[in-house]
Design a protein. Structure first.
Length: 206
């Protein structure tokens, strides 16, 4: 089992550290809200990883091939959600306080909302399911014991949790937070553009 789990760990680690909507959402919460908000967003993101892991392991790509409309529906909903998220950041920028004020008081966000945002952002991209399905197809040959799939999902969850724990510790460092405040509007503008770009790319993809 060990070579199999190491292969899963290596592939998933690369997927985790590749910048995407999940990472950007957690980073933004780290910089604009109390740390507990970012932690709850991570909990939602990891829950989404569990969902996609189970879906990929159970062969959701077969469902998408049998019912293409299911994939298209998820893709459209996910793309619109990411575009909306980016637009919301643009809107928040217009009514934001000065950087000096933000330095003294971060904007609190309900923990349940942060969790839902983390979960929804992860689930917004159905290609994640196809990636996980490809991961299992590449590492789990026919006849692989049932428990190997569960072990692989557990490895994915552990790596995701470790990555986001490191990310929160890094982004909430005072020096990083201070640098963010100095360039807040430019950074938020870039983050919003990335969300809109991800959403648009998802909507236009086949």
């Amino acid at each position: 089992m060990m070579p199999f789990l190491l292969s899963v760990a290596a592939i998933w680690a690369v997927a985790c550290i590749t910048p995407g909507p999940n990472t950007l959402l957690v980073m933004r919460y780290c910089l604009t809200a109390p740390r507990r908000v970012a932690i709850n967003a991570v909990a939602g993101t990891v829950t989404g990883t569990l969902c996609w892991g189970l879906a990929g392991w159970l062969g959701i790509n077969i469902l998408f091939q049998a019912a293409p409309f299911a994939y298209v529906t998820l893709k459209v909903i996910g793309g619109l959600y990411l575009v909306w998220l980016g637009a919301k950041i643009f809107f928040d920028l217009r009514k934001s306080k000065r950087a000096e004020d933000l330095g003294r008081a971060k904007t609190d966000v309900p923990l349940a909302t942060a969790y839902r945002m983390g979960l929804a952002t992860n689930l917004a991209n159905p290609k994640s399911a196809l990636f996980v399905a490809s991961l299992f197809a590449a590492t789990m040959p026919a006849g692989t014991p049932f428990l190997y799939g569960l072990a692989a999902i557990a490895v994915m969850l552990c790596i995701s949790a470790l990555y986001y724990t490191f990310l929160i510790a890094l982004i909430t460092h005072p020096a990083v937070a201070a640098a963010y405040l100095r360039a807040r509007k430019k950074i938020d503008l870039a983050v919003g553009m990335v969300f809109v770009g991800f959403g648009t790319k998802l909507l236009l993809s086949r």
